[in-house]
Design a protein around this ligand. Sequence first.
Ligand code: PGA
Length: 255
Amino acid sequence: MASGARIPLIAGNWKMHGSLAGSRELVAGIAAGVADMTAGVLLCPPYVYLSSVGEWIAGSNIALGAQDLAEQVGTGAYTGEVAGGMLTDVGCSYVIVGHSERRTIFGETDARVASKFKAAQAEGLTPILCVGETLEQREADQTQDVVAGQVQVVLDAAGIEAFAKAVIAYEPVWAIGTGLTATPAQAQEVHALIRGMIAALDGTIAAGLSVLYGGSVKGANAGELLAMEDIDGGLVGGASLSADEFLAICRAASS
Ligand code: PGA
């Protein structure tokens, strides 16, 4: 679990779920239970609900984030895209970058993920950089190479200093939405690799860097995952759509 400077962070990634009325109910349920939590709590609803969720969480200890952003900085003729500046404008402080669903379903390359990471920081957002191997890669013993490669591309593009204001989420693709979770030991091994890469360049940045685990996190397994030395929180998909489940995870991170 996060020690010293690292405050645990539990981020809910709603993906393409919900409705305005349903989101309101979910936020009300979460807000009612998080007031005394010591962990950071972050909600990442779909773009169109950001403003509303921002209003509903105003004055609470819940932060707002987006699930993606344009790689272009500023404004421009980019139909369908949403700029980082627009996200800060509606109250976002975080943005998820390079989620495996963006990489695999929407063809986002490592290079595009790196530009989005840089665009996020240029616009004043904290990027949550997602990395992780597929089942095929894990079975071929390529987990470390794949994850290290994904981190390295962003390090090369953005530089080590950029990681002083970033979060990394290790999400094994085979564990996302499948009900399969990496064991705490499997996750810890990769988290340690990630922190080690950063530590090799800057020990202070590595010590302060939050590395979240994602992939079928729920109330029942959050405690054992968060107990690991290099697991500083969770990026939660399915379980973030239930106030009770999400609060159970936030509670595990606050104890
Ligand atoms: P899951 O999703 O918790 O539903 O596995 C995690 C994620 O994709 O961020």
